[in-house]
Design a protein around this ligand. Structure first.
Ligand SMILES: *Cc1c(COP(=O)(O)O)cnc(C)c1O
Length: 409
């Protein structure tokens, strides 16, 4: 008899998106003529940059000829892509990394979810709240999160609330945690940290021997100069931080699948005798055993993101989304609503007027404006009282959504 991993049974069902779908469907049944606008999903809508499409077409042709055909590639990724990443994402910011410190992946979700395999199940962990649900859920699966209490919190997780009161900059905890997840610019609040604020977290990690997993999936959306694009811009971070990036939001690769993880050689964790074990070779071993590399065609597409044409095209699409973000942010503010985010991230964090709950505002926007959002409480207890709007839609839809919200709220 095979015994199940009972930790999976503790996972709360993914009620959030199925609940949203159910409510939207019943609305559509009762309001067949109302056109529903979705500002809910965190997925891009614009096509891939032409430079990536052309590169992938050429890569397909490579596969058609025995002389240029590629079979299994390096599990860590092709040098051509790793070199382009180092040259464009890190060297211009004064960050020097070696190619063996970068691991190409099939996206940031896999790596944020799998990285915990390198650590024992009984480490303590901290997460900012609200946040991308993968961090907690992947730790529940291996038993690291503990048990769920009545307030919707896990016993072995330190929640670091990001609220209006602290300007969405969580306070440094008064105790140590072994493992800390940071996501900046943040999904779902759309807020971020300055150099000085991120430095406090790196200093905390150095002082407390904490390992930071830094999710920089929205790095390309940063517009303000004082916001770090990489955690390695902070002195000492190479000792304590793993950084995870993605081409999904940067270049529209949500359906193509490519990202990368940086594990500097200096990053270590302790064994039970206190000896320091570098994590880079462990992750290398993990990838070589469980991952056979991202496809050659995909990696050629990602490489093209860094060509001059690719850079210009990626910038144009991000500018389009960020113009949506600005439209939504300014439009909602002009209605005397309280909004955050939308400056360095494609997300708007809308506070429910009159102290309403997330779901109450969600229903109101759906029923009175035909606009779908995401209830903030689905991202963690401190998300209660907010909804998230995404800027990934079409301009006309953002304009129409604003027009309708103006007449109802
Ligand atoms: C979208 C998203 C990801 C997932 O990226 P993929 O590379 O598509 O797996 C990771 N982290 C955050 C915070 C995200 O919002």
């Amino acid at each position: 008899m095979a015994l199940v991993n009972e930790h999976f049974l503790k996972l709360p069902g993914n009620y959030l998106f199925s609940d949203i779908a159910k409510r939207v469907n019943s609305f559509k049944v009762t309001h067949p003529r109302q056109q529903v606008i979705s500002l809910g999903i965190g997925d891009v809508t614009q096509p891939l940059p032409p430079a990536c499409i052309e590169a992938m077409h050429r890569a397909v042709d490579d596969m058609a000829d025995a002389r240029t055909f590629r079979g299994y590639g390096p599990e860590q990724g092709y040098d051509f892509l790793i070199e382009a990443i180092l040259k464009h994402d890190f060297q211009p910011r004064g960050i020097s990394l070696s190619p063996s410190e970068v691991f190409i992946s099939d996206g940031a979700k896999s790596d944020t979810g799998n990285i915990g395999e390198l650590l024992r199940w009984d480490n303590s962990m901290g997460i900012t709240d609200p946040v991308y649900p993968v961090y907690v859920d992947s730790n529940i699966m291996c038993g690291r999160s503990g048990t769920l209490d009545d307030s919707g919190k896990w016993s072995n997780v330190t929640y670091l609330p990001a609220t209006e009161a602290n300007g969405f900059v969580p306070d440094i905890p008064d105790h140590r945690v072994d493992l800390l997840y940071l996501c900046y610019p943040n999904n779902p609040t759309g807020t971020t940290l300055t150099h000085e604020q991120l430095k406090r977290w790196v200093d905390y990690a150095l002082a407390n021997d904490t390992l930071i997993v830094f999710d920089a999936a929205y790095e390309a959306y940063i517009t303000e100069p004082d916001v770090p694009h990489s955690i390695y811009e902070i002195r000492g971070a190479k000792k304590v931080a793993i950084e995870i990036r993605s081409f999904s939001k940067t270049a529209g690769f949500t359906g193509v699948r490519c990202g990368y993880t940086v594990i500097p050689k200096e990053v270590t964790a302790a064994d039970i005798e206190g000896r320091r074990i570098p994590l880079n070779p462990l992750w290398n071993r993990r990838q070589c055993t469980k991952f056979n590399g991202t496809s050659y065609i995909t990696q050629r597409g990602a490489e093209a993101v860094y060509s001059p044409e690719g850079q210009a095209q990626v910038r144009a699409t991000i500018d389009y989304y960020m113009a949506n973000a600005r439209l939504l942010r300014e439009g909602l503010s002009a209605m005397d609503l309280t909004v955050y985010g939308g400056v360095n991230a494609p997300y708007i964090w809308l506070k429910a007027p009159g102290g309403a709950t997330s779901w109450r505002l969600f229903d109101r926007l759906l029923y009175e404006a035909g606009v779908v959002t995401t209830p903030g409480v689905g991202f963690g207890p401190s998300g209660e009282g907010y909804v998230r709007l995404t800027a990934f839609g079409r301009r006309e839809d953002c304009e129409e959504a604003l027009h309708r919200i103006r007449t109802c709220l």
